[in-house]
Design a protein around this ligand. Structure first.
Ligand SMILES: [Zn+2]
Length: 87
């Protein structure tokens, strides 16, 4: 994990979906393998991922995104300083 946990949670990666009720985001350590909702890469057991959950049309939904995707998003959206010249 490159950044503060809160950075991932507050990244705004998932945006605002008004149809999603009880929307929650948290960084979790996966207890079973998942597939990243963004890049389709495998998230292995024991890896950290951002979990989004809520209710959509009364049905519980839950998706996982690998931290690399969030990191990319944080960097692209300018929420973190990227200093590539630093040794
Ligand atoms: Zn990913």
């Amino acid at each position: 994990m490159k950044y503060d946990k809160d950075m991932y949670i507050d990244s705004g990666f998932y945006g605002c979906d008004e149809d999603l009720e009880c929307h929650k985001e948290k960084v979790v350590k996966c207890r079973k393998p998942h597939t990243c909702a963004s890049c389709d890469k495998d998230i292995k057991t024991g890896d950290y991922a951002l979990n989004e959950s809520g209710f959509f049309d009364g049905e519980p939904v839950s998706s996982y995104t690998c931290l690399e995707c969030i990191e990319e998003w944080l960097e692209e959206s300018g929420q973190v300083e990227t200093d590539e010249t630093e040794e």
